[in-house]
Ligand binder design. Structure first.
Ligand code: ADP
Ligand code: MG
Length: 382
């Protein structure tokens, strides 16, 4: 098996100085709440993006990925998000975001970088945050930034918002930076306070299946931005800074103020925030076996109110629960991508079979189903 160090040597003719990595993520619950200053509950998964890196004598970044042909070259003296495009924007954007946030890049040296990833791209598992965070931890070490994990997560978000142009919140990067084995990361997107919450999956004999619909999504241009603007409009018409400020009483008032579609969008965000808080309480008081109704209610809310699911996802969730899953819901931005099912480990194979059979019977695309294990966040590997 070729290691990333071998691949780096083949690409750049010398050994890397180190290898850093960051994981993709799955959001257990709390969808489209992050950019509304709400609550999210993701975990880092056991699929990672690695960056092998060696320093250069000049101030150029040379960037390659096993995911794409060719080499991208950029000067540290001319980083400009407006001219960044393609996959390199996720990496160069992090360096630019740091400089823009006031981190001195004066003493920074150039880098040869090779990226290799096991995170499926465009599956709703945030290969983009894995890439940003792998770059972020590496830059932090190599250039001596001395930033904490949450600060690195913020740079990844800025890169995604500015260099890539996707109006996403902090969820993905926080999970990738702060993930812990068998824990979810409870993040308050308003205060940006985060804390790990134990899942106890292993001791309960439970696991999580990802069911990738293989229907592709497009964040920067698609319905994601559309929902973002609906939430903005809802908040404006309700006279609040963000939908975080809207509670049950606020929803009553929204009934009178908002048009029917905006009301449904707002109702999803408000009830989803409640479900995230209830999930944390439930985990702490009763454990993961009690999460079914919350996961299922979240799926229904995304399907009926926020309208971001596709038929393949809805059917996969229904079939998983009918086949014995504790609960199932779409995860990620929506319009395709993946759903998750919380399953007893001894039923995992039978549930996966039931989901595949249900989709085949409906004449829909075959899903890719695989287990994920809540894992450690970004780190230096070697
Ligand atoms: P997701 O984050 O759900 O996987 P996104 O559309 O947000 O989907 O991000 C996918 C993009 O991230 C890819 O189109 C590519 O530009 C970039 N990317 C992901 N993984 C890699 C990789 N290993 N090498 C280069 N670019 C990557
Ligand atoms: Mg992404």
């Amino acid at each position: 098996m070729t290691t990333i160090a071998d691949a780096f040597a083949a690409a750049y003719g010398r050994a890397p100085e180190g290898v850093w990595s960051a994981p993709g993520r799955v959001n257990l619950i709390g969808e489209h709440t992050d950019y509304n200053n709400g609550f999210v509950l993701p975990f880092a998964i056991d699929y990672r993006t690695q960056a092998a890196i060696a320093r250069r004598e000049d101030r150029e970044i040379h960037l390659r990925s096993t995911f794409a042909d060719g080499e991208v070259v950029a000067s540290l003296d001319a980083l400009d998000p407006a001219t960044m495009d393609g996959w390199s924007a996720y990496v160069l954007g992090v360096a630019w975001a740091a400089a823009d946030a006031g981190v001195s890049m004066e003493g920074a040296f150039g880098l040869d970088i090779l990226i290799d990833s096991r995170v499926p791209v465009g599956a709703g598992l945030s290969s983009s945050a894995a890439l940003e965070c792998a770059a972020g931890v590496a830059f932090n070490d190599l250039w001596g930034w001395d930033l904490d994990k949450l600060a690195i997560a913020r740079l990844g978000r800025v890169a995604e918002n500015t260099a890539v142009g996707a109006p996403t919140g902090l969820l993905d990067q926080a999970a990738s930076m702060l993930g812990k084995e068998d824990h979810v990361v409870f993040l308050d997107c308003l205060t940006e306070e985060a804390r790990p919450v134990p899942l106890h999956l292993r001791e309960e004999g439970l696991g999580i299946l990802v069911m990738n619909s293989n229907v592709e999504h497009e964040h920067a241009t698609g319905g994601y931005g559309d929902r973002f603007r609906s939430c903005e409009r809802g908040a404006k018409e309700l006279g609040v800074e963000s939908l975080r400020e809207v509670d049950r009483d606020g929803l009553e008032r929204a009934l009178e103020v908002l048009d029917a579609e905006t009301l449904r969008r707002v109702r999803h965000v408000v009830t989803e925030n409640e479900r995230v808080l209830a999930t944390v309480d439930t985990l702490e008081e009763h454990g993961p076996r009690a999460l079914g109704p919350l996961l299922d209610a979240s799926q229904e809310s995304m399907r009926d109110d926020f309208e971001i699911t596709v038929r393949e996802i809805d059917l996969a969730c229904e079939a998983a629960v009918a086949g014995g899953a504790i609960g199932a819901r779409m995860t990620g931005g929506g319009f395709g991508g993946s759903s998750i099912a919380l399953v007893p480990l001894d039923k995992a194979d039978a549930i996966a079979d039931a989901v595949r059979a249900a989709l085949a019977q409906a004449g829909l695309r075959e899903p890719t189903i695989f287990p994920v294990v809540p894992s450690e966040g970004a780190r230096r590997d070697s």
